[in-house]
Design a binder for this molecule. Structure first.
Ligand code: ATP
Ligand code: MG
Length: 406
């Protein structure tokens, strides 16, 4: 009997499935995340069965929405809307007949929806107690489909549709495509990190990549109000809300760097402005991270991309803090970063042309090979501690929730 009382999705876990003794912990975390991402719908159920997760929703929950939301849950490798056939009180022959007719009906639907002309069957028998083996199941399913849909032909090499049939204990599933997820590990399985979030292309991608490995994300953004506008701040908030669609809510600290920049410009060599500002950013971020119980800082730096990201500059920037600094984009090219930004939906917002605090007081010839002793000597001219304290005292904190995006 076809289960027509709910919609069913088969969710495959990526690396979570490989986690040995911790497998059950990772799967439970994944189920929790899936439920959370679907929590705006009542009556959603999730169950773990032999390494798969079955999501069941009421009939009126739109399929595209479930696919989009679950596809964004880190740890999900792929997801398939499936037809469920209940076979637990049937003999093997009866079950084959029932599933065969369901597969034929399913294929008919594909003809109506997409006009498919050719198909192949990919059959699996997850329940080894079921007495008919996979190749045999495939053959018989093919026969049912051919009989039920006279216009269809089998093409095992390049079919318009591959129809999967999966016979499990008491239930069989018929489905077609797999919608790819991002893989990775479920959120919350790898601590929390603080991303230095600018309005640019890189830092949102960096946050995404770390979160993709199971890390909760908070953010700190530096502005130079009134040189930078409210609109520039809104843009960063929008980026954070897109990110929140993957990494859950984000606590965003915003901090005015202008007083520090002014001091640097007044007292330090012009060519060192950028690197000095960057070291202040790192130091302030480290304090925020400790307040928020974040374990690491995350930046969107990529080796050699700009003067402040040469190997020498990165060493000097790194030396400003003792907390580990994650730079997931370090070895990526800009084109690769841009591709990922497009894929996760941040690109179009990132390229909106609003001013960034780094472009205020931009030196004409920034140092590309700074030496730490020289930089420390310049910093010694400033009351760094007081400046950092003052900046932190004025910080604003906002909690950013997910904005649905298409
Ligand atoms: P992005 O595209 O992320 O802005 P970028 O190529 O413009 O990067 P930089 O401006 O040198 O590079 O910044 C390097 C990193 O420093 C950024 O990826 C981000 O993590 C951090 N950063 C830069 N500006 C800010 C800011 N205004 N607020 C918070 N973090 C910042
Ligand atoms: Mg930037």
């Amino acid at each position: 009997m076809i289960n027509e009382s709910e919609k069913i999705y088969i969710v495959r876990c990526g690396e979570t499935a490989l986690k040995g003794d911790n497998k059950s912990y990772f799967e439970r975390m994944l189920v929790q995340r899936i439920k959370k991402f679907l929590s705006s719908y009542a009556g959603v159920r999730c169950e773990r069965v032999d390494g798969l997760i079955f999501v069941r929703t009421p009939l009126d929950v739109p399929e595209e929405d479930v696919l989009r939301r679950v596809g964004r849950v880190f740890g999900v490798d792929s997801i398939s809307p499936a037809l469920e056939i209940v076979i637990d009180d049937m003999s093997a022959e009866e079950a084959i007949d029932e599933v065969g007719r369901a597969a034929a009906g399913y294929a008919m639907g594909l003809i109506e929806k997409r006009g498919i002309k050719t198909f192949k069957i990919d059959a699996r028998r997850a329940d080894k107690a079921f007495p008919i083996e996979s190749p045999q199941i495939a053959k018989r399913m093919g026969a049912y489909v051919l009989k039920g849909c006279k216009v269809l032909k089998v093409d095992v090499h390049d079919p318009d549709s591959t129809i999967f049939v999966n016979v499990r204990r008491g239930r069989a599933y018929v489905y077609e495509g797999k919608v790819k997820g991002f893989g990775g590990l479920p959120l919350g399985t790898n601590g929390k990190g603080l991303v230095l979030l600018s309005g640019g292309i890189d830092s949102p991608v960096a946050a995404f990549m770390m979160s993709h490995r199971g890390m909760y994300i908070d953010a700190v953004h530096f502005h130079s109000f009134p040189y930078t506008s409210d609109r520039a701040y809104e843009k960063v908030k929008e980026l954070a809300s897109i990110l929140a669609g993957y990494c859950g809510r984000i606590r965003m600290h915003s901090i005015n760097l202008l007083p520090i920049q002014e001091q640097i410009v007044q007292h330090c060599p012009e060519e060192e402005t950028t690197i000095l500002v960057r070291r202040f950013m790192m130091k302030i971020a480290e304090r925020v991270a400790r307040e928020e119980e974040s374990m690491m800082l995350i930046t969107g730096e990529s080796l050699g991309q700009v003067a402040s990201q040469t190997a020498e500059s990165l060493v000097v920037t790194d030396a400003a803090v003792s907390m580990p600094v994650m730079r997931p984009l370090i070895a990526m090219d800009k084109t690769q970063i841009m591709d990922l930004a497009r894929e996760i939906g941040t690109y179009d917002v990132s390229i909106q042309p609003y001013e960034d605090c780094c472009t205020v007081f931009l030196p004409r010839h920034p140092v590309t090979k700074p030496r730490l002793e020289k930089i420390l000597a310049s910093e010694a001219k400033l009351d760094c501690e007081a400046l950092i304290e003052a900046a932190l005292a004025e910080q604003k904190i906002e909690v950013i929730y997910q904005r649905d995006f298409e």
